[in-house]
Ligand binder design. Structure first.
Ligand SMILES: C[C@H](O)CC(=O)SCCNC(=O)CCNC(=O)[C@H](O)C(C)(C)COP(=O)(O)OP(=O)(O)OC[C@H]1O[C@@H](n2cnc3c(N)ncnc32)[C@H](O)[C@@H]1OP(=O)(O)O
Length: 725
């Protein structure tokens, strides 16, 4: 194996006659082409050698394998990486060499056995794992399907229903559950793992343990009639839950082929489907999201300085409203000791009550035990003053968006907290320099912008100013990871990255409505595109109060590109504030189910006349694609400004922000990735055309114009980004 090879396997033969084959490819022992070739070589050697009676396969450093090497996907798609001949791994190595061998193989699984990793293990004649092992086939989350025989072997080991559930949800199972399902044969502690597996392999040879080829097992497969019902149900569920995706349906077809025509036919159909899906836009988008998500915590000039995060044990949250209590919930759930501060006992009890309710809902759903609930609640302490702030490591301020109030709080915090304490604010729009203006602690002031509900939404925008110290950023990145958020580091400006990118979203929709488009049709089309809901339903959910307050910041800061409309203020005048008041763009019943309101016409007509615009017959009958573009291209345009100003470090961070902050469909790769799939020239020309017809709101920015003129993708790194960091 050359020095440039990506990973390998080793072979060690013990005095017991068992060959131990170990997969080595840090950090997750992924199955690169080199590893797979080496696995075949190790097997060939073990089968050839007379001193080898049986084989154990394992992974180095407590991880079996994280699956096929995802970094190779790009090369395989473009043809830059030479593809092994079809069937090499699935048929030649796993079926004809490992499974058909006259020497038994046992997989010893610790840590991860995901995707191709589990597929290697399933080709062995038995599997032993540790209690903490995670076994699963998560390929669908990458837009592909299992391609090393997983669609055929998993159903034969655990039954159709469970195998479809595991593949369609991409969720792994842990050791004990895997054993209960029949996916593994025994669960042992990590230090007994390899010895147990060795013994097991010899016992198979001696016929004291069953010698099982998973591919030919039939006892777990449901009878054909029942199987057909299971497939029908799975297809119906999939179409309902993921109407824009075809690869889950392809996966069901492949599993069915194996049940109907036999496992070998199933294996070949799986290979053909895998090759097709690998080249799909969905796969390219989802793989981009996979790496983009892992890339957000790599911040040039910050995380490459060798700084270690300082230990944060005790965190104070100032403000127990919806955001503050959500943040406190996220923290206690990750074992941080939390002080919640409010201004009076009534607000404090309400805040604590919200944390309690957030946790209790987990108990009700069965995802938290009563004992764990009590232990978690005991980490929270309510206070009314700053007395106990003297030993906190971090404070997160989460009060209402009022500059002078925040300034006062930061002055108090500077006085009450230790000098090492990180001072974070959860503001979603206010300039951080303004918030810290009255302190001398600018270097430890940072934005920790959570999205509501804070204990559920996965994104954490970390906002830094020119003064924020790299150490404080590294500390918050670490806390973000520990509370299971995806942190994205952005620069300081009105609305930061997510709110700023999406501020034209509702405005574009209102512009269309004032010119004759239908509110409910827009929402339907945007939801069909893949957003969790359309702009009007979202405005109802957020509440018009918040929408107007944040909108005001944008009007003030970016007046030339704000579409001003009286539609929301007119609704507010009639006490329609959105879902909370049961009336907004929709009407809400007792169970908060939204239905269209014919009355809306009246408000639209009034706001149209105030804006002085008239119905444009073209916009009344706008095709779906045009509606999507007229709503999202202004978002792309703003995202380009955010990039140009250096608010975001890289385009992929905006892709993640759009997916995790706004629910942009991940299978479209995020806002910039999607835009690049359409082309900067096209987007520029459309915006230019609309800006002539409908005004400056659509005017393409200089970055977009430049990229379109040069034919450069919007996401390509730029040497000239004016960093705000
Ligand atoms: C033919 C086959 O059927 C096809 C396949 O097998 S497709 C692959 C199926 N496997 C997967 O989808 C698993 C993907 N990986 C994961 O879910 C998670 O990375 C994990 C659960 C393995 C580990 O999670 P965690 O400990 O949080 O670490 P995480 O930061 O995600 O990953 C650590 C590093 O390993 C890399 N990595 C993880 N899985 C990888 C894989 N399968 N291939 C290549 N690199 C991988 C990550 O990119 C990351 O790299 P970085 O440090 O340079 O950013």
């Amino acid at each position: 194996m050359g020095s440039n090879s990506k990973g390998r396997t080793t072979l060690e033969v013990g005095a017991d006659g068992v060959a131990l084959i170990t997969i080595i490819n840090p950090p997750v022992n992924s199955l690169s082409i080199d590893v797979l070739n080496s696995l075949k070589q190790s097997y060939d050697e073990a089968l050839r050698r007379n001193d080898v009676k049986a084989i154990v396969v394992t992974g180095a450093n407590g991880k079996f394998s994280g699956g096929f090497d995802i970094t190779a996907f790009g090369g395989l798609q473009t043809g830059k990486v030479e593809k092994p001949k079809r069937g090499f791994v699935s048929v030649e190595v796993l079926t004809e060499t490992v499974e058909a061998s006259r020497k038994p193989s046992v997989a010893a699984i610790d840590g991860l056995a995901l995707g191709g990793g589990l597929e290697v293990a399933m080709a062995c004649h038995a599997r032993i794992c540790t209690p903490g092992a995670q076994l699963g086939l998560p390929e669908l989350q990458l837009g592909i399907l299992p391609g090393f025989g997983g669609t055929q072997r998993l159903p034969r080991l655990v039954g159709l229903s469970k195998s479809l559930e595991m593949m369609l949800t991409s969720k792994p199972v842990k050791g004990e559950e895997a054993c209960g399902l029949g996916l593994v044969d025994a669960v042992v502690s990590p230090n007994e793992l390899v010895t147990t597996a060795r013994r097991w392999a010899l016992e198979i040879l001696e016929h004291r343990k069953p010698w099982i080829a998973s591919l030919y097992k039939t006892d777990k497969l449901e009878p054909l009639g029942e199987a057909r019902e299971i497939f029908k149900f799975a297809r119906a569920q999939t179409k309902k839950q993921a109407p824009n995706l075809t690869h889950p349906l392809v996966c069901i077809d492949v599993v069915e082929e194996g049940v109907v025509s036999g496992p070998i036919a199933g294996l070949w159909k799986e290979l053909e489907a895998f090759d097709g899906l690998l080249k799909s836009d969905t796969c390219k988008s989802l793989v981009h999201i996979f790496f983009a998500q892992r890339g957000t915590s790599k911040v040039p000039g910050i995380t490459d300085r060798g700084l270690m995060p300082r230990q944060v044990k005790k965190v104070a949250v100032v403000g127990g409203g919806l955001m503050g209590s959500g943040i406190a919930t996220a923290l206690v759930l990750s074992n941080y000791s939390v002080i919640l501060k409010e201004v009076n006992d009534k607000f404090l009890q309400a805040g604590i009550g919200r944390v309690k309710a957030n946790l209790q809902s987990r108990v009700k759903k069965g995802s938290m035990t009563q004992e764990k609930f009590e232990k978690t609640m005991s980490l929270l302490k309510g206070v009314l003053d700053y007395e106990s702030f003297k030993d906190v490591d971090m404070v997160i301020e989460a009060v209402i968006e009022n500059v002078s109030l925040k300034q006062q709080i930061f002055t108090d915090l500077e006085r009450s907290c230790p000098t090492r304490c990180i001072l974070a604010t959860n503001t979603s729009t206010i300039d951080l320099n303004l918030i810290g203006e009255k302190t001398r602690s600018q270097d430890r002031i940072i934005g920790a912008h959570f999205f509501s509900p804070a204990h559920v939404m996965p994104l954490l925008e970390i906002v830094r100013t020119q003064h924020t110290s790299p150490q404080v950023i590294v500390d918050l990145l670490d806390v973000g990871k520990k509370i299971k958020k995806t942190p994205v580091v952005v620069g300081n400006c009105t609305g930061f990255a997510v709110n700023r990118m999406f501020f034209p979203y509702t405005m574009a929709a209102i512009l269309l409505v004032e010119r004759g488009a239908d509110i409910y049709q827009i929402d339907r089309i945007i939801a069909k595109f893949g957003m969790p809901m359309g702009p009007f339903r979202l405005a109802d959910l957020v509440g018009f109060g918040v929408a107007v307050a944040t909108g005001g910041q944008f009007v003030q800061n970016f007046p030339e590109r704000t579409y001003k409309s009286m539609l929301i203020p007119l609704l507010q005048e009639d006490k329609r504030q959105g879902e909370a008041t049961r009336k907004g763009f929709y009407l809400y019943d007792d169970r908060r189910k939204a239905s269209p309101d014919p009355e809306l016409k009246k408000y639209v007509e009034k706001s149209r006349s105030i804006s002085g615009v008239s119905i444009d017959p073209k916009l009344v009958k706008l095709p779906e694609r045009d509606i999507v573009e007229m709503i999202f291209f202004p978002v792309v345009n703003e995202a380009c400004r955010v990039l140009d100003e250096g608010i975001a470090v890289k385009a992929a961070d905006l892709d993640i922000s759009s997916v995790m902050g706004m629910g942009f469909p991940p299978y479209r790769g995020g806002i910039i990735f999607w835009a690049d799939s359409l082309g900067s020239k096209y987007i520029y020309s459309r915006l230019e055309e609309w800006s002539k017809l409908y005004g400056g709101f659509f005017k393409p920015c200089a970055y977009l114009a430049d990229r379109a003129a040069k034919g450069i993708p919007l996401g390509a790194p730029s040497g000239q980004a004016k960093s705000r960091m």
